[in-house]
Design a protein around this ligand. Structure first.
Ligand code: ATP
Length: 947
């Protein structure tokens, strides 16, 4: 590398564009004081990036620009170009010629740098010259007066010279960058490790919670798989059985009632029959006495003489008896037929009535079902309310929802729902202590929000007396809502807080008038479900509540009507059944009587035959039946026969009655047995119904609570047919549920959070690994650089010291000099100091040497460094000013030798130096204040400058 040329335009005293060309050989610049020689140093340093005003001998930035003279105006900018021959590629640039430019505009106060006319940053220029020997101009451009200072330089400044001489500046810069990076990496590493530790602490409990939740959900999934089809099957079966059992129970109850009626009737009839039997006995006894008397008389007559007339009479009476009996038989046969006809007509009526009633019952069931649905529609609580109600027992005192605790007559239902329907699901508890418990429970289990009312101390609301006395007088006023609400006395405050300041009016017209009258100070609700809020907003129309109310009313009315008709029909059926039973009993009696009369007739006819035969035997003639005046005598009371008949009739009656009583008793036993059986059936049905209802309710609860499904929803779902027997599935279900209970409360969010945190943890861990690797790499790079720097510094240090001592000896004609590390164990940072002892002197403190001696020491060191480092350019500005002639000569000789390897430019006043010059430049100010430069010969110089 060789500095071929300097071009200066407007720089300091160089008002005109000036070119200084350099050639091989020792260049010496001479000129009078103040002509601008040192401005050339400044120009060089300035272009190479010097920024210190002090070093550039300026007070302000503008001082670099020509400030004007008597004849020349100030320049608007300063520009210096350095032309380097770079054919040896010392500068890392592909061009053989490198032009470095710096410009400064006065107005802009802006420095511009160029490399080969291309605009670059100051840093680029500095980097280009780094480790070339021109990187630190303190080493290569020794300014006037600063040479002696080198001898007394601070240890760290000397170190900088050694570093530049060792060519480790690049390493230093790279190390600095690496150290900065390392610090950044280390800081990040520390932050990441803190984060990682934080995550670790969070992950451990979260992992447990996540596993627990996963386990819970897995069991829940298994449970759901079997539980829903199980519940469906159980409910289907349950409802079917429930229907069957209800029917059975109902049927049994009806039958029981019927049997009870039969039993009552039987008991009553029996009692009556037994009384009748006793009466009959008495009457028969009486008749027997009469019969005996009559028979005795008759026997006497027949046995007396066998009188023909008497015998004829006997036949006659027998015949009359037969005729009487035939009349009776005819009469009772007609009676039986009548009874049969009546029974058949009653039965037809009863069947018709029964089928009609069954239809009504089916309709009633349907109406009841619709009513239940409508009533239960309000019971869809949100999760929070439901969970509080379900866990009621664990809190101090939870009473229930507002809806459950208050009631109004049906006419106020719509008004109530409109006015405070939004608060129906508020939960009433005893006091705020319970509210704290319930709210904490909802929060802990993340179950949502519910509104609570403390019954003991909720703030009551009421209408001030003055307003009340006005409003009750307004036409259409119905009542104050809180007055029509029915609730337990302990909820008095709750009712008053909800409805104490709400007024009910009959209709919207009167309500609007009233609201206006009281200046919209209260909420007014109408029976039709419209509401006027304070401040006058009205909500009205035909809402679902109305529809629901109408539906409820419609179904309620239908229910009542149907119940009435069914009841009426059932009474009629009862009556009919009783009638049929009565008629049957009557018909049975008549039937049995007929049979017995027929038998009796047979016997009587047989008796008559015997009499007729006896007559023939005794009187040897046939009894002429024609002679009898039967018709005439028929009217006559034939006492014995009649008595006999009466006795027979009575006996017959008695017999029939006895038979009837026996039948009735048998029947009674039978009915009693039936009654017992039915009672058992009913009890059995009740027990089983109870069981089934419990099963249905438990399973419906599970369905609603755990799956938020209704039975209807469940029916719409299709499941695979259960493979295992129901009992085994139920055992499985219970086991799963037991496991879920054992796990208890789970946090489902934990799974997601655990996954997120684990992913974050892994990412962080990976980043930490990368940072650790980077840290190790940087540390190792820094270490390698340190080793290389130590090696180079040590090497250079030893070589410099060798040459420093030798040159010193030459310049001082003996003595010793060296540079020494202050901390020899810390070659990377240690500063240096110069140790020099001139011959015959024991002075080691450099400050005690003379100015000339200090210059010599510094020159020795600069030359030594230059020899070792081979600086491409060395500019020495009057460094030999303080030397005596002999030393100037020695200095010039050294310079001459050094010039063989280094481009040496010396600014000098000393003839000893000038004489060794190969090229001499003269600097003058021919025009006052403006530097001009030209080639001169030594003679001319001697003539102009020295002499
Ligand atoms: P010596 O031999 O006494 O050291 P020298 O030849 O080295 O002197 P310099 O110090 O280089 O001289 O130059 C100083 C001269 O430059 C002074 O005359 C000064 O007025 C002039 N000068 C410095 N800066 C400017 C400037 N911005 N504009 C005009 N002239 C300037």
């Amino acid at each position: 590398m060789f500095l071929k040329k300097i071009e200066l335009k407007g720089f300091k005293s160089f008002a005109f564009p000036t070119v200084i060309e350099f050639k091989k050989g020792l260049t010496v610049i001479v000129g009078p004081n103040g002509s601008g020689k040192s401005n050339i140093n400044d120009a060089l340093k300035w272009v190479l990036g010097e920024s210190s005003k002090k070093t550039l001998r300026a007070k302000q930035t503008d001082d670099m620009i020509f400030s004007g003279s008597h004849t020349k105006e100030a320049a608007s900018f300063a520009e210096v170009n350095l032309f380097f021959d770079n054919s040896n590629k010392l500068l890392e640039h592909e061009e053989d010629e490198i032009i470095i430019t710096r410009k400064l505009y006065r107005k802009k106060n802006e420095n511009q740098y160029f490399i080969n006319r291309e605009k670059v940053r100051r840093k680029d220029v500095k980097n280009l010259f780094l480790d070339t020997g021109l990187g630190n101009t303190d080493l290569s451009i020794i300014s006037q007066g600063s040479v002696a200072k080198i001898a007394e330089a601070r240890p760290q400044d000397l170190r900088l010279l050694l570093e530049e001489a060792s060519g480790v500046s690049k390493y230093q810069i790279h190390k600095k960058e690496a150290v900065l990076k390392l610090e950044k990496v280390a800081t990040n590493l520390e932050i990441f490790e803190v984060k990682l530790n934080g995550l670790k602490k969070q992950i451990a409990p979260l992992k447990k919670a996540s596993e627990q939740a996963k386990n819970y959900l897995k069991i829940k999934e298994e449970l759901t798989k079997i539980e829903l089809p199980l519940i469906k099957s159980l409910l289907l079966d349950g409802y079917n059985k429930q229907d069957e059992l209800k029917n059975l129970e109902e049927k049994s109850k009806q039958e029981k009632i019927l049997i009870e009626k039969i039993l009552n009737k039987l008991a009553k009839d029996l009692k009556e029959d037994q009384v009748t039997l006793l009466d009959l006995d008495q009457e028969i006894t009486k008749l027997h006495t009469i019969q005996n008397d009559l028979q005795n008389n008759l026997n006497k007559k027949i046995s007396f003489n066998g009188d023909k007339k008497e015998f004829s009479n006997k036949i006659k009476y027998s015949l009359y008896g037969i005729n009487d009996l035939k009349d009776i038989i005819k009469q009772t046969e007609n009676e039986e037929e009548d009874l049969n006809k009546q029974i058949s007509s009653l039965k037809t009526k009863m069947f018709e009535l029964r089928s009609e009633t069954e239809n009504y019952i089916a309709k009633l069931n349907q109406v009841n079902f619709q009513l239940d649905n409508l009533k239960n529609a309000d019971k869809n609580y949100n999760q929070a309310v439901k969970s509080i109600l379900d866990n009621k027992l664990i809190f101090n005192l939870v009473y229930g929802t507002v809806k459950d605790l208050i009631k109004v007559d049906s006419q106020y239902e719509l008004a109530l729902e409109t006015a405070i329907g939004s608060k129906f699901k508020n939960i009433v508890v005893n006091n705020e202590k319970t509210i704290k418990e319930t709210v904490a429970f909802l929060k802990k289990n993340k179950l949502g929000i519910a509104t609570f009312i403390p019954a003991e101390n909720v703030k009551e609301k009421f209408i001030i007396d003055e307003l009340k006395s006005v409003i009750i007088k307004i036409s259409g006023f119905n009542s104050i809502l809180s007055d029509v609400i029915k609730a337990d006395s302990k909820f008095k405050k709750v009712v008053s807080s909800l409805a104490g300041n709400i007024v009910i009016f009959n209709d919207l017209d009167s309500a609007l008038l009233a609201a206006k009258f009281i200046q919209y100070r209260l909420s007014i609700v109408t029976l039709e479900g419209d509401i006027i809020y304070p401040g006058f907003t009205v909500k009205g129309g035909f809402s679902n509540k109305n529809i629901k109310k109408f539906e409820l009313e419609r179904y309620q009315l239908a229910k009542e009507k149907l119940a009435k008709v069914i009841n009426k029909n059932e009474i009629m059926i009862d009556n009919l059944e009783n009638n049929i039973l009565d008629f049957n009993a009557k018909r049975d009696i008549v039937q049995k009587g007929n049979i017995r009369n027929a038998e009796r007739l047979h016997f009587l006819e047989k008796d008559l035959q015997q009499l007729l035969e006896s007559y023939h035997t005794i009187f040897k003639e046939e009894f002429d039946l024609e002679k009898l005046e039967i018709k005439k005598d028929l009217k006559k009371p034939l006492s014995l026969e009649k008595i006999n008949n009466q006795i027979r009739n009575l006996n017959q009656k008695k017999h029939q009655l006895s038979l009837k009583i026996i039948d009735s008793q048998d029947n009674q036993q039978l009915q009693n047995k039936k009654w017992q059986d039915l009672l058992q059936k009913i009890q059995y049905s009740e027990i089983n119904l109870d069981k089934i209802e419990r099963l249905i309710s438990e399973n419906t609860d599970i369905l609603n609570k755990d799956y938020q499904l209704t039975y209807q929803n469940l029916l719409e779902k299709d499941f695979k047919k259960l493979k295992e027997p129901i009992d085994e599935i139920i055992i499985k279900q219970q086991e799963y549920r037991k496991e879920l209970r054992a796990i208890g409360y789970i946090d489902q969010e934990a799974i997601k959070r655990y996954q997120e945190l684990t992913a974050e943890y892994q990412k962080l861990d990976h980043e930490i690994k990368e940072l650790t690797e980077a840290k190790e790499k940087l540390t190792s790079t820094i270490d390698i650089m340190d080793q290389e720097m130590i090696k180079r510094i040590k090497n250079t240090y030893l070589k410099i010291n060798d040459r420093f001592d030798a040159i010193f000896k030459t310049l001082f004609r003996g003595g010793h000099a060296k540079i020494e590390f202050i901390e020899p164990d810390n070659l990377l940072e240690s500063g240096l100091e110069i140790r020099a002892s001139a011959p015959g002197k024991s002075v080691k403190n450099l400050s005690l040497y003379s100015g000339g001696e200090k210059s010599l020491i510094a020159i020795s060191l600069i030359f030594a460094i230059n020899e070792i480092r081979n600086l491409p350019l060395l500019l020495l500005d009057e460094v030999e000013a303080a030397l005596d002639e002999a030393n100037v000569e020695r200095f010039a000789n050294f310079a001459k030798i050094l010039n063989n390897q280094t481009q040496l430019i010396i600014v000098s006043h000393r003839p000893g130096t000038m004489e060794k010059a190969d090229i001499l430049y003269g600097v003058t100010m021919q025009e006052k204040g403006v530097t001009s430069i030209f080639n001169v010969s030594l003679d001319k110089v001697k003539e102009e400058f020295i002499n």
